[in-house]
Ligand binder design. Structure first.
Ligand SMILES: Nc1ncnc2c1ncn2[C@@H]1O[C@H](COP(=O)(O)OP(=O)(O)OP(=O)(O)O)[C@@H](O)[C@H]1O
Length: 262
């Protein structure tokens, strides 16, 4: 089993506030890993640390076997091109159409001519499950679910090996959220992606996740299959997985047929 990401002994601190201390985490090749934890436990900071947007005060982050923090800039830029990131707010440029948003990394980072970038952008937009014509629209003309898909198309632009998603289903209605989950699962299977998801969504965890990492007490308390995590003796885990919403999500996952059986 190959680890694509290895976080070791990471400390993150903002002023006097210590967010992470001696935090370890592995992400395995090809898995869908969900990172959960109470509000403010540092899930987004962890994502930003792994993709190189936040420099930890201590520890190491190895991605694809390379130490992100000590790589020379050119090698680091090459490594970062293997990441696709979908930020919490979608982070599309509002003055550009969806197609222009998706083409931008192809022009800026891959150096493609505009016409080729436009052709590839159309493919990525289709891959993200958007209808033909969505590329000509501006982000403000799209529904919340379509904005997420457009941001996903942009995250897929450079053919990443690993996809980082920060609360991808937040703000979507349950049907939209379930469809987005299935899209992630399909893309993982079709493209052989590794997927790192920061989420509060119990349905996502129950339906598409291979392993779950729980952030608590400034570190990853447990990182394992859902059954193992849910059986861990910890107050937050009990409340989260065995409270009313956790029980409902588990029940729904048991009674909803998997897509291939449907
Ligand atoms: N750049 C920063 N400067 C100062 N403090 C920060 C910075 N980034 C994050 N923090 C603090 O670190 C803590 C963890 O933030 P983070 O956004 O990672 O939490 P989270 O677990 O993702 O929370 P939520 O589930 O509410 O989104 C918070 O208290 C936040 O205020």
């Amino acid at each position: 089993m190959t680890n694509i990401v290895e976080v070791r002994g990471v400390r993150n601190q903002f002023g006097a506030q210590v967010v992470h201390d001696r935090l370890d985490l592995d992400v395995r090749r090809g898995e869908i890993l969900s990172v959960v934890g109470g509000s403010g436990t540092g899930k987004s900071v962890l994502l930003r640390t792994i993709v190189g947007l936040n420099r930890p005060a201590a520890g190491s982050v190895r991605v694809f076997g390379e130490d992100l923090l000590t790589l020379p800039p050119a090698r680091r830029a090459a490594l970062e091109r293997r990441f696709g990131v979908l930020f919490q707010k979608g982070a599309l440029f509002s003055s550009l159409t969806v197609a222009e948003n998706v083409a931008l990394p192809l022009i800026e980072h891959a150096g493609l001519p505009a016409a080729e970038a436009a052709g590839l952008a159309a493919l990525k937009i289709a891959l993200a499950g958007l209808p033909a014509g969505a590329g000509d629209k501006y982000p403000s003309d799209l529904s919340g679910g379509m904005v997420k898909r457009a941001a996903l198309a942009r995250a897929l632009a450079l053919d990443p090996d690993i996809l980082f998603l920060d609360e991808p289903t937040a703000g979507l209605d349950p049907i939209g959220a379930a469809a987005f989950d299935q899209l992630i699962l399909t893309l993982r299977d079709a493209l052989g992606l590794t997927v790192f998801i920061v989420t509060h969504d119990l349905d996502t965890i129950h339906t598409i996740t291979d392993r779950v990492a729980v952030l608590a007490q400034k570190r990853v308390l447990v990182n394992d299959r859902l059954e193992v995590v849910a059986a861990t003796d910890d107050a937050w885990i009990r409340e989260y997985f065995h409270g009313p919403r956790g029980r409902a999500a588990a029940q729904a996952a048991r009674t909803t047929p998997a897509p291939e059986d449907a």
